[in-house]
Ligand binder design. Structure first.
Ligand code: GRF
Length: 190
């Protein structure tokens, strides 16, 4: 299967997915890295890995989500992906866009869903006094961070943790979990 990866920033999760596909650890091919942010650091990393990149800057679309998503869809359709992986992608997609991919779009979210949907997940876990935090990979549905969870990884929360400390510990697990989940997901050719 052909995999497109959506990023907005550094793309460290994208890098681990691309490397795993290039190594054959995931039986799939990375066909496009697409960012809404022209300055995303992940774009250069993707190019260094020999993966096609594209940018659909969301800013000119202002609040018109449908128009932005239509532009994204047009670019994606040229790459003809079978699966879309959101990896540090920070835009909320319309239900129409999501429905187009019908269960073939994944996302990684830095919390143990269903806890802490949305943003600032690490600070919220710390503020709640949680002893365990973590990361989830889920199927994207029109409910923000709400789709079926395909895999999770836990990390301990330490007394001294700042949100940055916890985020760094979770990121390590993200880089292990996402390739594992995608490898299993591509095998399930249902
Ligand atoms: C990560 O913390 C991830 O949980 C979230 O976006 C952050 C940046 O990821 N999805 P990346 O380095 O851009 O892959």
């Amino acid at each position: 299967p052909r995999v497109a990866i959506l990023i907005s920033g550094g793309g460290s999760n994208m890098v681990t997915l691309v490397k795993a596909m290039h190594m054959g650890a995931i039986a799939a091919t990375p066909v496009l890295v697409l960012s809404n942010n022209p300055e995303a650091g992940g774009l250069a990393k993707a190019r260094d890995l020999g993966v096609e990149t594209a940018v659909v800057d969301h800013r000119p679309f202002k609040g018109d989500r449908a128009a932005f998503d239509a532009a994204m869809l047009a670019v994606l359709q040229k790459a003809q992906p079978d699966i879309i992986c959101c990896a540090g992608f920070m835009r909320i997609l319309t239900a129409e866009f999501i429905d187009h991919w019908a269960g073939k779009m994944l996302n990684i979210h830095p919390s143990l869903l269903p806890k802490y949907k949305g943003l600032n997940t690490h600070q919220r876990a710390i503020d709640a006094g949680d002893k365990v935090a973590g990361v989830s990979v889920h199927v994207v549905t029109s409910e923000l961070d709400g789709g079926p969870v395909l895999g999770q990884a836990e990390v301990e929360v330490r007394e001294s943790d700042t949100a940055e400390d916890l985020g760094a510990r979770v990121l390590v697990q993200e880089h292990i979990l996402y390739p594992q989940v995608l490898a299993n997901f591509v095998k399930r050719d249902d």
